[in-house]
Design a protein around this ligand. Structure first.
Ligand SMILES: Cc1ncc(C[n+]2csc(CCOP(=O)(O)OP(=O)(O)O)c2C)c(N)n1
Length: 588
């Protein structure tokens, strides 16, 4: 029996089949669905941790205790988890540890385009790279085997195209339900207590393991040569392999399922069979540099770009331009139609909007963060002026305040982001005598990645009720005396509170609390514009709410889009936006 699965669903299925019992992750496109799917399998424990470092540490704990564990994250998440990653390479684990890392070439939904294959090399651990959903399933099982055989964590690298495209996966027999007998925790300080004296002893073990992994790379079934013509020898892994197979159908291929370490003998074997070796890989010249180090002449980034995602068409055009295949040089892809540009925007009724409108009116310099609210940077609000990485806003504002900029400064951070990495810089503000103002946009959910619960939500990924952690109480506990909780829709109060905090000389925090509009089931009727009262000042258009439009000289509100939040009415100085009195009648 087969089933069509996305790469992410297949990874989760593979994890279940491989007997992984504990999973921890932090959401982030394109990785999110792995943990969501995994949590639905029977007999497993899955959690959203507050951030990727914690998620990896939870998975490491489970693996130290002898279990098979999974940690999931997007590529930048691995930066957050890099500290435990590099040292778990030294300790190894007792059970199995698979770290799913999903990279995002072309930055479909990320702040950068990094190539995480470098992490495997830097941390000296194995990395597998599936090329379709079936391989994704298989490779998790192989990752568990490698992890247990070599006492190493294994990174399973995906990319957006693999994670989110769907293809056929062969269903397998359910794993036998194994009751885990509680085992005594094995104490082994020289292996698990990484003080310098022990870690020094472990480093040679890591180097030795890497050599063994490199030998394994020569014989593992995930690396293989597909014989073809003697002209071109293509080396590819992941989705690039699929594009390359279409563009170079007759070539000899070295398909790498193991991205690190690489099989030197297989690479030399390929080179010995063909006139020209070509590496087709997205982003950095990771494989290419390795081939070059072996002294083998190779084409790679001189043909294919190191920026952006590949496609079959892109690989074909580059190959034709370099004369590797016949074809029209520089031919452009045929587009069936030009789609209108639709930039992302805050949803109608989004509770983040009033805060950004207020900050724009107060001409604040806004140190921002990552979430739906980053859209506060887009015109017409244009009220966020930095966005670096999760949790950066609070440290950024504190730093800026140390240079005494002229503007009023403020940090704006979402609630999931606050729990992810906002608490430490908040403590830093107090601990270093800072006096900045922080606004937390608290919609009690991780909205941007699809409403995953976080420590303020009050329930877990698996649906258990738990305490919802109060940001206000937390701020007070770490030493903020000036804390206000406001509703963003009480706009007069929003303006007054922010002004008051700007005037304050002490560190201060505002929690703007309102549920995400997608969680509000009952919509209120949309208001109507009284055209006689409206003087077309444009204030209501400057809030950047998509139901509002200027048509034939007057402002209208599209009731199909409007959620009835009423914020537009609160910015109209002439009271021209009014509650609807009779359904269906009047201007809208
Ligand atoms: C290190 C890292 N992990 C994950 C992500 C993906 N991501 C971006 S913002 C965000 C959370 C946003 O939630 P919140 O702060 O509550 O703001 P909201 O979207 O609800 O407005 C996540 C998970 C990321 N960009 N970087």
């Amino acid at each position: 029996m087969n089933k069509i699965m996305s790469g992410n669903e297949a990874i989760a299925y593979g994890a279940y089949l491989a007997g992984i019992k504990v999973g921890a992750g932090y959401p982030g496109t394109p990785s999110t669905e792995v943990m969501e799917s995994f949590s639905r399998y029977p007999g497993v424990y899955a959690e959203w941790s507050p951030n990727e470092k914690v998620a990896l540490e939870v998975a490491i704990g489970a693996a130290y205790a002898g279990g098979r564990a999974l940690a999931t994250m997007k590529h930048v998440g691995l930066n957050v988890a890099a500290d435990p990653l590099f040292t778990v390479s030294y300790t190894g684990i007792k059970g199995a540890l698979v770290i799913v890392d999903a990279d995002d070439p072309s930055l479909h939904s990320s702040q950068n385009e990094q190539d995480n294959r470098h992490y495997a090399k830097a941390a000296k651990i194995a990395m597998l790279e599936p090329a379709d959903s079936e391989e994704a399933k298989q490779f998790v099982k192989i990752a568990v085997e490698i992890s247990e055989t070599f006492d190493t964590p294994v990174i399973l690298r995906s990319t957006t195209r693999l994670s989110h495209s769907r293809c056929i996966v062969k269903l397998e027999d359910e794993p036998a339900a194994v009751e885990i007998e509680p085992a005594a925790y094995e104490r082994n300080a020289p292996k698990y207590v990484m003080v310098p004296a022990h870690a020094r002893q472990r480093h040679p073990v890591v180097e030795e393991r890497l050599k063994k992994l490199a030998e394994y790379a020569e014989t593992t079934p995930v690396n293989y040569i597909e014989p073809g013509s003697g002209d071109l020898g293509i080396i590819a892994s992941g989705v690039s392999y699929q594009y390359a197979k279409e563009v170079f159908p007759g070539a000899t291929f070295l398909k790498l399922g193991m991205a690190y370490p690489m099989p030197e003998k297989l690479i030399r074997d390929l080179a010995g069979r063909v006139k020209q070796v070509v590496v087709v890989e997205e982003l950095d010249p990771f494989i290419e540099e390795h081939v070059r180090l072996l002294g083998i002449p190779v084409k790679g980034k001189d043909v294919f770009p190191n920026i952006g995602e590949f496609s079959q068409g892109r690989v074909r055009r580059c190959a034709a331009a370099a004369g590797l295949i016949p074809g029209k040089i520089g031919a452009q892809p045929v587009q069936s139609q030009q789609l209108p540009v639709r930039p992302p925007m805050l949803c109608p009724g989004c509770a983040h909007r009033p805060i950004f409108y207020a900050l724009q009116r107060l001409r604040a310099a806004v140190f921002g963060d990552i979430g739906c609210y980053t859209l506060g940077a887009a015109p017409p609000l244009a009220a966020m002026h930095t966005c670096l990485c999760m949790g950066a806003s609070i440290g950024n504002v504190h730093g800026a305040d140390r240079v005494k900029v002229k503007d009023r400064t403020v940090a704006v951070i979402g609630d999931s982001t606050f729990f992810h990495s906002g608490i430490t810089p908040l403590i830093n503000l107090i601990a270093n005598g800072g006096n900045s103002t922080v606004i937390v946009l608290d919609n009690r959910i991780t909205a941007m990645t699809g409403h995953q619960p976080h420590p303020g939500t009050g329930r877990t990924l698996m649906g258990k009720k738990v305490p919802d952690i109060s940001i206000e109480a937390l701020a007070r506990a770490v030493g903020f005396n000036k804390v206000d909780v406001i509703s963003p829709y009480d706009f007069k109060n929003v303006l007054e509170t922010i002004k008051d905090h700007f005037q304050s000389r002490e560190p201060s925090l505002i929690v703007s609390q309102y549920p995400c509009v997608l969680n509000i089931r009952e919509r209120k009727p949309s208001p109507v514009v009284d055209q006689d009262a409206c003087n077309e000042c444009g204030n209501c258009l400057r809030i950047g709410c998509s139901p509002m439009a200027k048509v034939d000289g007057g402002v209208t509100i599209d009731p199909a889009l409007c959620t009835g939040c009423g914020f537009c009415a609160s910015v109209c100085g002439r009271g021209a936006i009014k509650a609807r009195t009779n359904e269906g009648g009047g201007e809208h």
